[in-house]
Each structure stands twice: as C-alpha cells, then as structure tokens.
Design a protein around this ligand. Structure first.
Ligand code: MLT
Ligand code: ZN
Length: 489
C-alpha cells in the first residue's frame, strides 16, 4: 500500500469515529466538486473531505490532522475568487467543509444582532431575518451560494459597503477553532468592548490560515421599506465620482449602492442574458444606484427625479432610467450580479480587485486602460465595481482560441495582474480590496507589500500556527512562515 493510501485509510477510519460514521468523503467522484474553485482555475488534491456537524467535531478533526501531519483546508461555499479554499498539492491535506454547520442560532431584534453558523448560505440568513423586518446588508453576486464562514474569512465586501461597511465592520464576535484544536468562544454581541486586543479582527480576512471560523455574531439593521433603483449613463469615470458626491449630499445616509459598469462590460452581460439594453448604449460608462430608507413620506424616485434632472441640465450625466417597480429593479441588478458568469462564458477572464482612494479612481482607470490596451491588443478590458469604496474591478478577458494553453493563460494573467497592481500601488492603493490573497496573489503580495508588513503577518501566523497546518500556501508564502520561526518582530 502506498504512503498516501495508508495515510488516507488512517485519516478516514479515525474521522469516521469522530463523526459517528457520517460526513467523510474520500472517493474521487465524491470529492471532485470540493477540489476545484468555482471558476475552475485552481485544482488541488485531498486525502478526504470532512463535513462536520458540530464545533466539537471540527476541534477533533483538527487535532487528528495535527497528529497525522495532515494540513487542514477550511472551506465554506467555495465561491472565492482567489483559490483560497482549494488545497495546494505539495502537502497531504483534508478539506474541512463547514456547510453542515448551518443553523441560525439566535436573532436578537432589540440588540440588532444575529448569531449564525459558518455554513449558513447568505441568502438563507437574509430570508430568515424577514419576519423580524431586519436586514443583514452584505450583498454580492454569489448570495445564493456563498456562506458566512467564507464571507468572514475573506472580509467580503460587495455592493453595499458604501452604506454598511464590509464584513470587518459587520462582525460583532466569532467562534473559532484554533490550529491546536481549542475552541475560542468570542461570540459577543457588544457594540463596545475594549477589554484587551480585538481578537476577532485577526480571523476576519485571514482566509482560514489562523483557525476555522465556525460561527459569527453579526450586526443587523432595520429593513428599509422604501427603495428605488436607477441606471445612469455618464461621459466619464470622473463624472461618476462627482455624481456620487451629489447623491451623498442630496440623499445623505440613503445611498445603498453606487456601482459602475463600463459600456463593453454591460454589452457582454446583456449578450449573456440575450437581453435588450435598459437604455441606448451611447455612453462609455453606466452606474446603478440604489436608494433606501424607512422614513415616512420619503420617496426615492422623487429624489432620483430631482438629482438626475439637475445633473442632466448641468451636463454631468447623459441619460437615466428609474426602475418603475421592483421587478424592473431586480432585472437591472441581475445584470450587475451576473458579470462574472458572463465574462467566464466569453473567455479566459482575469478579474482584478484593486482599490485606490476615491479621489484617484479616474486617473487609475486612465492609466490602467492605456497600459493594458498597449500590452494586450486583442483582449477585452472591462470595468465594474464599487465607486463608493474605490474598488473598481479591472477585468481582462482573453480569447480562449488565442490563449489556448495553461501556460499562455497563466503568463498573460500574471502580466495583466502586475500592470493593474503596479498602477494601483503607485496611487496608494491595494492589490486586493475584497477578494483576498488566496493562492492567486501570494507572489504579488511579496512584491508589493513592505518587508515590515510581511514580517508582522508571518509572526502572527507563527503565534497561532507554528507548524503551518492551517490552510498552508495561502496568504503568506511558506518560506515566510518558516523564516518567521527564527526571528521576533
Ligand atoms: C463583483 O463585484 O462583481 C465581484 O467582486 C466579483 C468580481 O470581481 O468578478
Ligand atoms: Zn466586487
């Protein structure tokens, strides 16, 4: 028997005992869907996939992994954009998938908080809050399949960050199983707590490299009763930034989302849905705006009429449509939320995730566009993203006929990423705003972050996981983690 099959047998027989005979997958056909990211760009191998049903089982499985020298790859909905939930191939690994830990444990309406397990799907959580008229405001394209644990671990953003913040601002507390198997109950639902270091923040955005998030205490908000949606055509990216300011002043605190889409991107998503455009596509840029509030006598469409009419008169925007009912609004938002699928259908799509200060968005786009079009004459360059937080996704779609090998595709992707990252960092931006580092950006992180940044990160990793068993090869290069053992900060 080979070493691998011997190790798998040991793991499966011990895990079967821990999980009462259920939830251990080790046949290739059972494991296949867990071993590849949803974009099918990263594929790994694992000895087994574990589907625990309790926090105690997660703890026992981690201890088992430690004792056998098997790396643990935490996984939730597996909808990530950077390969963070897929095993690397140079370490024997098990995937620890939290999908079966999916209960909404407690809704506290007065405290505006909910405690929910890591495997709960975002849409399920949002629906479960409807009877209480509460909103958990995180919203992104994968709402129907992404899970709370993944959202916490990647510090997800999405379209409503402008008003409510990203996961870092929405999490009140966490329950985490540490790399040594200890269960940390940090499920506090407090708005104020200065009793020492804010430990939960270490696990938010850590991509499962410091422990397995098993539950989260999250902030809730009153569900707005009046919402309105509009799509606006604009002459330039700068006019979108200026229009955001007009809305921030004229509808203060009520701008739920302000999303930009370039003309080419909109055309591609319309093609994917075989739909006619909501307005003539004669401008280079489009924004989708959502206004929402619960004040009596407040009408979002009236606010839209006022602001948009005066903006057309001033020449700030070209044209606008206001959705007359919720069905039309849904149709508009469906276009925004299916951009990634449409781009995957078109070709080999490389979606960047940089952010820059809002005041520098226009110059960033100008520079990136020039550099990318010079380098990749045959590729399509699209833009879509979140104007309110400076996070515009630069998406380069390569023709699969021209880029017909893994090597050609990966070389082009690395070069495209480098161009976009360099432009962003030159303008005081970040190479990853909301998707995380995963496998995709390890080398770029080494290139663009300072040594002091990387050393501090490696020391934190060392403090939690000195043997590097928790999601190795993600966020920090293995060599960094090894080096950290030899030095103090
Ligand atoms: C989005 O804003 O659409 C998401 O972050 C996904 C993507 O970048 O493709
Ligand atoms: Zn995004």
């Amino acid at each position: 028997m080979s070493d691998v099959s011997e190790m798998r047998q040991k793991l499966v027989s011990a895990a079967t005992k821990i999980m009462d005979g259920k939830g251990t997958l080790s046949l290739p056909s059972e494991m296949a869907g867990y071993l590849v990211d949803w974009r099918r760009r990263y594929r790994g191998e694992a000895l087994a996939v574990m589907l625990p049903t309790s926090v105690e089982q997660v703890s026992e499985l981690i201890k088992l992994g430690r004792s056998l020298g098997i790396a643990i790859v935490p996984q939730a909905g597996n909808t990530g954009m950077t390969g963070g939930a897929v095993p690397i191939n140079n370490r024997p690994s098990m995937i620890l998938n939290v999908s079966k830990l999916n209960r909404v444990r407690d809704i506290d309406s007065q405290n505006n908080s909910v405690i929910v397990e890591a495997g709960c799907i975002l849409a399920t959580l949002r629906e479960s809050l409807e009877p209480a008229d509460k909103l958990f405001p995180m919203l992104l394209g994968s709402v129907g399949s992404c899970q709370i644990g993944g959202l916490v671990s990647t510090n997800a953003g999405g379209i409503n960050v402008l008003r409510y913040g990203n996961m870092r601002e929405l999490v009140l507390g966490l329950e985490v199983v540490l790399p040594n198997g200890k269960i940390w109950n940090g499920l506090k639902v407090l708005r104020k707590d200065n009793s020492g270091y804010d430990l939960k923040q270490l696990f938010i955005g850590a991509e499962g490299t410091l422990g397995v998030v098993t539950a989260a205490a999250l902030k809730l908000f009153p569900k707005p009763t009046n919402t309105g949606t509009a799509m606006v055509a604009l002459p330039s990216m700068q006019s979108a930034v200026d229009l955001l300011r007009v809305f921030a002043d004229g509808a203060a605190g009520k701008v739920e989302a302000f999303e930009i889409i370039s003309k080419g991107q909109l055309e591609n998503v319309l093609l994917y849905h075989k739909e006619l455009p909501p307005m003539p596509l004669s401008s280079p840029w489009y924004v989708m705006i959502e206004l929402a509030d619960s004040s009596i006598n407040w009408d979002p469409n009236q606010v839209f009429e006022q602001i948009l009419t005066s903006s057309i008169e001033r020449g700030l925007i070209h044209d606008a449509v206001i959705a007359s009912d919720s069905k039309k609004a849904e149709r508009l938002w469906r276009l925004r939320h299916t951009i990634s699928e449409a781009n995957m259908r078109k070709g080999f799509s490389v979606a960047n995730d940089t952010s820059v200060p809002i005041s520098k968005i226009a110059v960033f786009i100008e520079q990136v566009d020039q550099r990318l079009k010079q380098e990749f004459k045959a590729a399509d360059v699209y833009y879509a993203g979140h104007v309110g937080d400076g996070n515009i996704h630069v998406i380069i779609v390569f023709d699969r006929g021209l880029y017909d090998t893994d090597e050609k595709r990966e070389t082009a992707a690395a070069r495209a990423n480098f161009i976009v990252h360099e432009a962003s960092v030159e303008l005081d931006g970040s190479i990853s705003a909301e998707h995380g580092v995963g496998l995709m950006h390890i080398e770029e992180l080494e290139r663009f972050k300072s040594d002091v940044d990387l050393e501090m990160m490696a020391q934190i990793k060392r403090a939690f996981d000195p043997d590097n068993i928790m999601n190795p090869g993600k966020v920090l290069a293995a060599a960094r983690v090894v080096a950290a053992r030899k030095m103090a900060i």
